[in-house]
Write a protein that binds this ligand. Structure first.
Ligand SMILES: Cc1cc2nc3c(=O)[nH]c(=O)nc-3n(C[C@H](O)[C@H](O)[C@H](O)COP(=O)(O)OP(=O)(O)OC[C@H]3O[C@@H](n4cnc5c(N)ncnc54)[C@H](O)[C@@H]3O)c2cc1C
Length: 404
């Protein structure tokens, strides 16, 4: 436990890994290198509280500056690692070379810029970093009409934050439903209604194929002949894993950096954690690249345990949450392979309900709208692979805790 560890990426997984290693009494040097200038901070508030507030407030730091000093974590901010050499066990940044015994890639993901004609001729915003949030925050005010491209989590959370400040918002989504990749139609429809009631103009089934700037307005043209006009354009069109370093160094890539159950890449002594990696999930029998805080923290803790020589390996149920207005959506598990979906609700107009997903009568996943207690039960039921008859979920009189 005296070897030298270098972690590239000072986001959620990188910081958690360094902190867990120190908590487990790792004695060797730990260097954490990040290309952002801010002290590592909470990313989720960027699309929520940070944009909703009239005055800009920096997101909270993950740890204090003193913490890194006290724990001898050599934090190098504002430095981009430009290459790594697996044969010689070195990385390069700022024309300096640094040697490692174990290297961890915690490089996260980056927003996708869609290939739309004219997009490069107009100013547009993407949201990944505190700097992105600061620039966006500066450019929005209630006199403006904001266009958002993409009805995924980021687009919807930004729409909610702006509407809460009285800003006019139009959101354009190419699929038939918002959140098409991650939520069932019943959850998507509930959230869509929430946004429509708050005044967001949502246009699904709408593909933009040309963008232009006219005086002080941006014009978006759809394939079906519609034109949308606004003052600022925000892209919420998904993200890709940051794999460039790994790819150049010859590590195996497959929708992210491919890692095994210990987060080891195709090179011994090089590991990857968080959004940038793709790992086989035993519970679901499929490869998963997840973009969530819980996944980033969990993989970091597992890897720290492995590096410290602990043999236990635990793969948690994937979890995600999203806050839009006063509504909280929580997702447990993966519903891709489910064949049955059951809604648990006291009444059709309830402000809270849950959707339970089964595959051959086995609980796979659950979406909870404003139902945190049921969500906690579902998490445990999925993790323990409990025997839960689907019929018991449909009946709200049944106490599901009994199946734990
Ligand atoms: C606006 C927003 C809201 C979100 N909301 C939620 C939410 O509500 N719930 C949820 O579960 N998840 C949410 N997420 C997703 C969550 O933030 C990510 O899954 C999580 O941050 C992943 O952690 P990570 O360590 O893998 O990557 P990150 O936290 O992104 O950290 C990666 C870091 O590596 C740096 N880096 C990359 N390449 C290099 C290099 N070559 N050299 C040096 N540094 C490098 C990056 O700049 C970045 O700082 C949100 C994400 C965003 C952008």
């Amino acid at each position: 436990m005296k070897e030298k560890i270098i972690i590239i990426g000072s986001g959620h997984s990188g910081v958690q890994l360094a902190a867990t290693l120190r908590a487990k009494k790792w004695e060797g040097p730990i260097t954490l290198i990040g290309d952002e200038k801010n002290l590592p901070y909470q990313r989720p508030p960027l699309s929520k509280r940070v944009l909703k507030n009239i005055s800009f407030t920096e997101p909270s730091p993950l740890r204090t500056e003193q913490y890194y000093q006290d724990n001898k974590i050599n934090l190098l901010l504002n430095h981009r690692v430009t290459s790594l050499d697996p044969e010689n066990h070195t990385i390069e940044y700022n024309q300096q070379t640094m040697r490692y015994d174990s290297l961890i890639l915690a490089t996260g993901s980056k927003p996708i810029t869609p290939a739309i004609k004219g997009l490069s001729n107009v100013k547009s915003f993407q949201l990944r970093t505190a700097d992105d949030a600061k620039h966006l925050h500066k450019s929005i005010d209630p006199s403006k009409h904001i266009l958002i491209l993409g009805g995924g989590f980021i687009g919807l959370e930004v729409a909610a934050s702006l509407r809460q400040r009285g800003i006019e918002v139009s959101l354009i989504e190419k699929d038939s439903h918002i959140l098409n990749r991650v939520a069932s139609p019943v959850v998507a429809d509930f959230l869509k209604k929430l946004h429509l009631d708050r005044g967001v103009k949502i246009h699904c089934n709408t593909t933009i194929n040309f963008i232009s700037k006219m005086t002080n307005q941006i014009h978006l043209y759809s394939t079906t002949g519609q034109t949308f006009k606004g003052h600022e354009l925000i892209l919420g069109t998904g993200s890709n894993p940051n794999i460039e370093l790994a790819e150049k160094a010859g590590l195996k890539i497959d929708n992210g950096i491919k890692v095994d159950e210990h987060n080891q890449t195709s090179y011994k002594d090089i590991y990857a954690v968080g959004d940038c990696c793709n790992q086989f999930n035993k519970r679901y029998g499929i490869d998963l690249r997840l973009e969530s805080i819980q996944n980033a923290l969990d993989q970091a803790k597992n890897l720290a345990a492995h590096l410290c020589g602990e043999s236990s390996h635990h793969q948690a149920v994937p979890l995600f949450w999203s806050d839009q207005y006063e509504t909280k959506l929580q997702i447990a598990g993966i519903k891709k392979q489910a064949d049955t979906q059951i809604i648990r609700s006291d009444s059709p107009n309830a402000s809270g309900f849950s959707v339970w997903y089964f595959k051959q009568d086995k609980l796979e996943a659950m979406d909870a709208i404003n139902s945190p207690q049921e969500f906690n039960i579902a998490k445990k039921l999925i993790q323990s692979e409990a025997d839960l008859p689907p019929s018991s979920v449909a009946d709200t009189a049944v106490d599901l805790k009994l199946f734990l």
